[in-house]
Design a protein around this ligand. Structure first.
Ligand SMILES: Cc1cc2nc3c(=O)[nH]c(=O)nc-3n(C[C@H](O)[C@H](O)[C@H](O)COP(=O)(O)OP(=O)(O)OC[C@H]3O[C@@H](n4cnc5c(N)ncnc54)[C@H](O)[C@@H]3O)c2cc1C
Length: 354
C-alpha cells in the first residue's frame, strides 16, 4: 500500500471537481486499513501537529455523493474491499455479504443473476456497496433498509471491528447514524443483505409499470424490473461520464399536512405524497422549477459559468466542465433561499459537502 501525496481527486468524484488530496491511499482489506491508520499516525500526525491543525481523513467510495469545495488537507482512503459471499439461507431468504468496495450496480446484477430478489428497483444507482447504508439509498419505492441485514465497520480511532444491526443504523429517509452520531468515525468494510427467494414485486412507483408495458413484459420477473428501472434512469438522469453531477442534490422535504394544504390552495399544482406518519413529502424538484434567479426565469436549465441546474431534472446540479465546488455550493445556497422565500420550506442537501 502506497500513500501518495497531492493527488487530484477529479477522477474520484462524479461531479468532476478538480481538487487535490494532501495524502491518498487505496485499501482492499480491513487489515490494510488498520495498517494505513497506523502509518497515518506516523506520516501525518507529526506534520499536522507541527502545523497545529487537527488530523483529518475521509473514507471514499465511488465519489457519487460528494461535493468537494476545497482541497482536502488530510488523508483520503479509497475503499476497494471486494468480495461477495453467500452466508446462509433458510426457506424464505438468502443472506449475502458484499465487500464495501464492490460496485453497487454490479452487486445488484450479481444478485439478480442468481434470482435473489429485493434489490432490482435499486439498479444502476452509482457508487459502492459501503456507502449504501450511509444514506440509506433508495429509488422507485425501495430503500436499502428494506433489504439490509447488518454491516461491519472499523472504528477509525480504536481500529476495532464493530457490527451494526438494522436498529443500530437508525435508518431514515436518505439518513443513518453514520451521518450524525458516528459521522466520520467508522469505515464500513462489508454489508450483508437478506434477499428473498420468492420475489415480492414493487412496480407501482414512478414509471415502472409504463416501461414494462413498453417493453412488452408479460411474465414479471426481477430481471424485467431491473431492465425497466435501468431504461427509465438512463432516459431521465444525466450520466456523470458526460456531465458532472451527484444525482439529486436536495432531499424531498416533509412538511405537516396543514402546511401542505395551505400551499395547495396557493399552488394547486404542488406535488406531494402522504407519508406513513401523516406528514407530506413535497417534490423538491417541482418547487425548484417554480423559482429562479429572476421572476420570469426558472432554475431549471439555469447555468452560471460551468455550474448549473440540469435542464431535465431541477433536483440535479451539474458541472459542465470546470466549475469549482464552491460555485456549485453557492448555486445551491441561492436555490435554497429562493425556495424558502416562495414556499416557506427549507431544502436540505442530500449530497455530502466537504
Ligand atoms: C447520476 C446519479 C444518480 C443517483 N441516484 C441515486 C438514487 O436514485 N438514490 C440514491 O439514494 N442515491 C443516488 N445517487 C447518489 C449516490 O449514488 C449514492 O449516495 C451512493 O450510495 C454513493 O456511493 P459512493 O460509493 O459513491 O459514496 P461516496 O460519494 O464515495 O461517499 C458518500 C459518503 O459516504 C462516506 N462513505 C463512503 N464509503 C464509506 C465507507 N465504506 N465507510 C464509511 N463511510 C463511507 C463518504 O465519506 C461520504 O461521506 C445518485 C448519484 C448519481 C451521480
Amino acid at each position: 500500500m502506497q500513500i501518495q501525496e497531492n493527488i487530484s481527486l477529479r477522477p474520484y468524484n462524479t461531479f468532476g471537481i478538480n481538487v487535490s488530496a494532501r495524502y491518498f491511499s487505496v485499501f482492499s482489506s480491513a487489515d490494510q486499513l488498520s495498517e494505513l491508520l497506523d502509518s497515518r499516525l506516523q506520516t501525518l500526525s507529526s506534520a499536522k501537529a507541527a502545523e497545529g491543525k487537527p488530523d483529518s481523513r475521509l473514507i471514499l467510495g465511488g465519489g457519487s455523493n460528494i461535493l468537494f469545495t476545497r482541497n482536502f488537507d488530510g488523508l483520503v482512503l479509497k475503499n476497494d474491499i471486494k468480495g461477495i459471499e453467500e452466508l446462509h439461507e433458510d426457506e424464505e431468504y438468502v443472506y449475502v455479504r458484499a465487500g464495501a468496495g464492490e460496485n453497487w450496480h454490479g452487486f445488484v446484477q450479481y444478485c439478480i443473476n442468481r434470482n435473489w430478489a429485493g434489490l432490482e428497483n435499486l439498479s444502476l444507482i452509482p457508487g459502492n456497496v459501503g456507502a449504501s447504508p450511509m444514506q440509506n439509498i433508495g429509488a422507485y419505492g425501495v430503500e436499502v433498509e428494506d433489504l439490509f441485514w447488518d454491516l461491519e465497520a472499523i472504528h477509525l480511532q480504536e481500529k476495532k471491528l464493530h457490527t451494526f444491526t438494522k436498529t443500530d443504523c437508525q435508518f431514515g429517509y436518505r439518513d443513518s447514524v453514520f451521518k450524525h452520531k458516528f459521522k466520520n468515525e467508522f469505515a464500513i468494510v462489508n454489508v450483508s443483505f437478506r434477499l428473498r427467494k420468492k420475489p415480492v414485486f414493487h412496480t407501482s412507483y414512478g414509471a415502472i409499470q409504463q416501461e414494462l408495458e413498453r417493453l412488452g413484459v408479460h411474465d414479471l420477473s426481477i430481471r424485467a424490473i431491473s431492465d425497466a428501472v435501468i431504461n427509465i434512469r438512463r432516459s431521465k438522469l444525466p450520466d456523470p461520464e458526460e456531465i458532472g453531477n451527484a444525482g439529486s442534490f436536495f432531499k424531498n422535504p416533509s412538511v405537516p399536512k396543514i402546511l401542505y394544504e395551505a400551499l395547495k390552495i396557493k399552488y394547486p399544482n404542488i406535488v406531494g405524497y402522504i407519508n406513513a406518519d401523516g406528514s407530506v413529502k413535497l417534490a423538491a424538484g417541482w418547487m425548484i422549477e417554480q423559482c429562479g434567479p429572476r421572476d420570469s426565469v426558472s432554475w431549471k436549465g439555469y447555468r452560471s459559468g460551468d455550474a448549473g441546474c440540469h435542464a431535465k431534472q431541477a433536483l440535479v446540479l451539474v458541472n459542465y466542465g470546470n466549475a469549482m465546488g464552491d460555485e456549485i455550493f453557492e448555486l445551491s445556497e441561492k436555490i435554497v433561499k429562493s425556495v424558502k422565500e416562495k414556499f416557506g420550506v427549507e431544502l436540505e442537501r442530500e449530497v455530502n459537502i466537504i
